[in-house]
Design a protein around this ligand. Structure first.
Ligand code: SF4
Length: 506
């Protein structure tokens, strides 16, 4: 039975520590309750958006992943043909580096589990046909398209662009950078809802032993001492929302997935069991802060004055929640970790997003940065009049099939060159849709003379090593002639996304 058609169940379990054997027992017992056994190509996807000591609360801890892998083996009755872990971590960073930084490599080696860095795999086209789709086809890495038993193992976290990142939102990691960046803007929640048609997890296990509060890359640790399991992704996220006191229907990607028939959000339709009641779980999460802070508010009291007008398609929203403004918030948090002097070193500057019409009270010499293709302003900025037009290209001009990956070193070079070229200009335009976190980090580093995370000794070495391995692997794939497969059909995998109507996919 498909995940969307099963009675939705969520199990809440007490788990005080990152103890592999305790997690293994909890997951094995949960799979027994859910009557789940792995079969065929079994793929586990953790959330490894960023890792290492600076980002220690951003990712699914390896003890949780190991516990789930062992439980999957415990429940296997000889039906599992492959057991693998795969992920695409944060944009531009090689997933190899994220896995190494999270301590996954020795664990996977010890267990004999295959590792997939999704950006190094062939990308498979998945056709979409539901009425509200953003695109007629999207791409996903071949291991995801071919998976028979998909297990989502996210981290329980807040998110500044989408309020929360539980199970549904973590699907942003089943695309490589070039495809992930398409529609990663004010339509991000719709994009995430479209990704649901690729595959639904048979099992969800969330790492809520230490949850992540407030932010996505640099969250504040929030001990909840809990593991939750489920068999339906929408129901699962809905229960997680209830735990932190958020209406699941107020989170657009959950609402959209629910409206498209992927699962229920009403508690009356979800069986919640376990050794923690929902009320006890709520008590554990009391005071948990979510994200969703507008950029103007976020930078209040700092040297950065932020202004935002509506993105294109202003009839849909007055703010680009999924793009450049949120990326700036994540960028500054990363820089604060690397350089405690960040806020004092940064010169006063003004950063404009979208079609902004209000005042820009810039003093002479203070930079005015137009961030992203859609940023525009026609009028006074301080004592001068500026006329900056939008460079936004309609989404219909972006084709996932021809999308190109832009190399991180090219991005670095372009950003540094841009700031150098415009050093005497008051107005700087940074192009992109979106302008990624890494580009915004580089921009602020260049403008403020800050310590660069990319040039941090040990960090730089492991980045370069992982980058070279990634590129060698990609070159080898190209030599074998397998950068893409044109169709949503794979030799051994699912033929197409499951039908999950009412709107339904093919
Ligand atoms: S340029 Fe940036 S702010 Fe504008 S629509 Fe694209 S992602 Fe959003």
């Amino acid at each position: 039975m498909k995940p969307s058609q099963r009675p939705a169940k969520v199990i809440l379990r007490r788990c005080d520590e990152y103890d592999v054997q305790a997690i293994r027992r909890i997951v094995r017992e949960g799979m027994e309750t859910l009557e789940l056994r792995p079969s065929g190509r079994t793929l586990l996807k953790p959330n490894l958006v960023a890792s290492g000591p600076m980002f220690q609360h951003a990712y699914t801890r390896p003890e949780v992943t190991e516990g789930v892998l062992l439980a999957l083996r415990d429940r296997d009755q000889g039906e599992m043909s492959e057991l693998a872990v795969g992920e695409r971590c944060g944009i531009t960073v090689p997933t190899r580096m994220a896995m190494e930084g999270a301590g996954y490599d020795p664990m996977l080696k010890r267990l004999g589990v295959k590792r997939y860095a999704f950006e190094e795999e062939p990308q498979v086209e998945i056709p979409l046909s539901h009425p509200a789709r953003l695109r007629d086809y999207i791409f996903t890495p071949e291991p995801v398209a071919k998976a028979d038993f998909f297990v989502n193992v996210p981290k329980f976290k807040a998110h500044p662009w989408t309020t929360v990142t539980f199970s549904i939102k973590a699907y942003i990691g089943i695309q490589d950078d070039r495809h992930r960046l398409i529609d990663h803007d004010h339509r991000l929640n719709e994009k995430i809802a479209d990704l649901q048609y690729i595959i639904q997890p048979e099992l969800i296990v969330i790492d809520a032993i230490t949850a992540g509060e407030g932010r996505m890359l640099t969250p504040i640790p929030f001990p909840m001492k809990m593991i939750a399991l489920g068999n339906n992704q929408v129901a699962f996220d809905a229960v997680c929302c209830h735990i932190i006191g958020v209406d699941p229907l107020s989170v657009d990607h959950i609402r959209l997935a629910h409206e498209r028939g992927f699962g229920p959000v009403e508690l009356a339709e979800i069986e919640v069991t376990g050794d923690i009641t929902l009320e006890e779980a709520k008590a554990r999460a009391a005071g948990f802060k979510v994200g969703l802070v507008r950029v103007e508010k976020y930078f209040e009291g700092t040297h950065v004055s932020a202004y935002s007008g509506p993105p294109p398609e202003s009839e849909k929203t007055d703010y680009c929640w999924g793009g450049c403004p949120g990326a700036l918030e994540e960028a500054i948090e990363i820089l604060r970790l690397f350089d405690e002097q960040t806020d004092t070193k940064l010169p006063h500057m003004h950063i404009v997003f979208g079609a902004y019409e209000g005042p820009i009270p810039a003093k002479p010499g203070e930079k005015i940065i137009f961030m992203g293709d859609c940023a525009e302003h026609h009028g006074k900025a301080g004592e001068t009049v500026i006329d900056v037009a939008s460079l936004y290209k309609p989404r219909s001009t972006k084709d996932p099939y021809t999308a190109q990956h832009e190399d991180v070193f090219v991005k670095m070079w372009k950003t540094i060159k841009k700031v150098r070229e415009d050093r005497d200009e008051q107005v700087i335009r940074i192009q992109g849709c979106p302008v990624s976190v890494s580009e915004q980090v580089l921009l602020l580093v260049s403008l403020g003379g800050l310590k660069s995370p990319y040039l941090d000794g040990e960090n730089m070495m492991s980045f370069n090593k992982a980058y070279l391995q990634w590129k060698s692997s990609a070159a080898w794939s190209r030599l074998r002639g397998v950068p893409y497969q044109r169709h949503g059909r794979c030799e051994r995998g699912r033929a197409a996304p499951e039908v999950v109507t009412p709107e339904g996919a093919e």
